[in-house]
Design a binder for this molecule. Structure first.
Ligand SMILES: [Zn+2]
Length: 313
């Protein structure tokens, strides 16, 4: 371990509690995409939140996102992007069903997806008749999203000006797999909460720290620890972040995004299956066992994803 890595292991400043001190435990001293040895994933001794420590500087963060543009550029050549779109289907179906279970359509006229990426969810909402907009900061992603869906995207960060201009404008605001990337998720959540109209909902989704596959297959853990993910939430800490952001009425639960095929790929190959267009497939022979598997992991809280719904008074 480098000296700064040692220092990080002895002292961390928690993103959620703001407390500084020795971590309770180190989850990993390595990241899959950063090999300086400077960074660890550690758990705060005060509140139990897991995060990268030390936090990368803003320059390091910018360099990471710039480097990350290379695979995105690849997706412009048709096939990869189509694969991404196809793989997104299982998420958009589930998220649409989630939104509809939270709000009847007649009460949900306008939806803003914050961190809308390639716009797959916004596209689906529009096809379903919603007045949907996306907010995205990546120009590469926006270019593809606009070509696919049309000009329904704000090219912006969530900042004070945007929030002032659009305060209370949306019946529902969604933000999927965004806050694990942020150095101040509480401030971000407080801002996007202000975009929700009275009586509306905020839907937030993140990867789950207590995903059991991580603990059985070390490579899977190594796959998840990454410099872009500054925070690693479980259900309790997602709820803490939302309450600190001012949310009062919060419901947190688990979802299992990936099914048995994904489990078998990881147990057999110790790596992800990037080739298949639809990683889950749909074989009716598996439907029942698949449902039992997902239900079991959700019940135990060891599923791969955490979701939260906030009701805004
Ligand atoms: Zn803490």
């Amino acid at each position: 371990m480098s000296s700064s890595g040692l220092e990080a292991a002895q002292n961390m400043t928690c993103i959620l509690s703001g407390e500084s001190g020795a971590p309770k435990q180190i989850h990993s001293r390595t990241l899959r995409d950063e090999d300086s040895g400077r960074f660890s994933v550690a758990e705060c001794a005060f509140c139990g939140h897991a995060q990268i420590t030390p936090l990368p500087s803003e320059e390091e963060e910018a360099a990471y996102y710039a480097a990350d543009m290379q695979p995105k550029a690849l997706w412009k050549n048709g096939e990869q992007y189509e694969a991404m779109r196809e793989r997104s289907g299982m998420d958009t179906d589930r998220r649409l069903a989630w939104l509809e279970s939270e709000m009847p359509r007649e009460k949900c006229r306008s939806v803003l997806d914050v961190g809308s990426g390639y716009g797959f969810f916004v596209k689906r909402l529009i096809e379903e008749g919603y007045n949907a907009r996306g907010l995205e900061v990546s120009t590469d992603r926006l270019e593809l999203a606009r070509a696919d869906v049309g000009d329904v995207f704000f090219e912006n960060m969530v900042d004070k000006d945007f929030v002032t201009q659009h305060e209370g404008e949306f019946d529902a605001v969604t933000s999927f797999h965004v806050i694990e990337h942020l150095r101040d998720p509480i401030a971000y959540l407080a801002q996007i909460l202000r975009l929700v109209a009275p009586g509306g909902k905020l839907l937030v989704e993140v990867p789950n720290l207590t995903d059991e596959i991580m603990y059985y297959i070390p490579n899977y853990g190594n796959h998840l620890w990454q410099i872009g993910h500054l925070n690693y939430f479980d259900q309790a800490h997602l709820e803490t972040a939302l309450r600190k952001a001012g949310a009062k009425d919060v419901t947190v639960s688990g979802v299992q995004r990936y099914g048995l095929r994904h489990l078998v790929t990881w147990t057999d190959r110790h790596g992800p299956d990037l080739g298949k267009k639809d990683p889950e497939g749909t074989n009716p022979l598996f439907e029942r066992i698949e449902a039992l598997y997902r239900e079991d992991r959700i019940t135990k809280g060891t599923c791969d994803t955490v979701i939260a719904t906030v009701s805004v008074p």
